[in-house]
Design a protein around this ligand. Structure first.
Ligand SMILES: [Zn+2]
Length: 235
């Protein structure tokens, strides 16, 4: 039933991909956290300059606690920057801060996928845990009743798929926020063109973690569907 080969073939690649992505993010951030930008804008100042450039006057930049807790909250129109990003003039800090400003610009320009993502959040939140346990329970139930168990796995998979949809919608939102930041950082006089290469690397590595998360979720779903006999025939 819990064939180790399936675990190896389906779940191990997910672990390797997310592990590699998180290693790349950490090492890229570490590298560019020690490279100061020449114009000397802090993360908070860089984000403010980008908002000014886009003509946004109603977004407040605030400090938030916690490592990598940087985010933009469309509800409160607050752009939260973690302390190291808020005060640092490093290329990494400027990259993260202007990426978050990119989300604020998305919101101000009614960028569709941002609204879709916000709408899916609650569904994805409950679907991911409830769906996972339902799929797991279904596999166990298959020992007693193969057909009933199989359909319980199917039900759980539908719930769990909400998480995958959320992660897939997150991809254009994240790539687009970075694209907006990259298009404006030089133009707004925050960094020079050669410094922008560092920002590209920081934001590229960060984007990879979202790709890895979606792949891992998809593989998990495939694993359960295969075990229940929905995919790959029966053995
Ligand atoms: Zn983002």
């Amino acid at each position: 039933m819990f064939d180790p080969l399936y675990l190896l073939l389906v779940l191990l690649p997910g672990l390797i991909i997310s592990g590699a992505a998180s290693w790349l993010v950490k090492s890229t951030f570490r590298k560019y956290s020690s490279v100061g930008s020449r114009n000397g804008y802090t993360g908070a100042q860089a984000a403010q300059k980008l908002l000014d450039r886009a003509g946004i006057t109603d977004v407040q930049i605030v400090r938030s606690r916690g490592f990598l807790s940087d985010h933009y909250n469309p509800g409160s129109k607050q752009l939260a920057l973690s302390e190291p990003v808020y005060d640092s003039t490093s290329i990494a800090a400027v990259g993260v801060a202007t990426h978050e400003a990119g989300h604020a610009i998305q919101h101000a320009t009614s960028y569709g996928p941002l609204a879709w993502r916000s709408a899916i959040v609650p569904l994805a939140h409950y679907g991911s845990s409830l769906g996972y346990y339902t799929m797991f329970g279904g596999l166990l139930l298959m020992f007693a009743s193969p057909l009933l168990g199989k359909w319980v796995v199917g039900l759980g998979a539908v719930m769990f798929a909400a998480m995958l949809v959320f992660q897939l919608v997150t991809l254009p939102v994240e790539f687009n926020a970075s694209a907006r930041a990259k298009a404006l950082v030089v133009e707004a006089g925050i960094v020079s063109p050669d410094e922008r290469k560092g920002i590209d690397k920081v934001l590229g590595a960060a984007a990879l973690t979202y790709v890895a998360a979606a792949i891992t979720t998809a593989l998990t779903l495939v694993y359960f569907l295969m075990r229940a006999g929905f995919l790959g025939g029966d053995d």
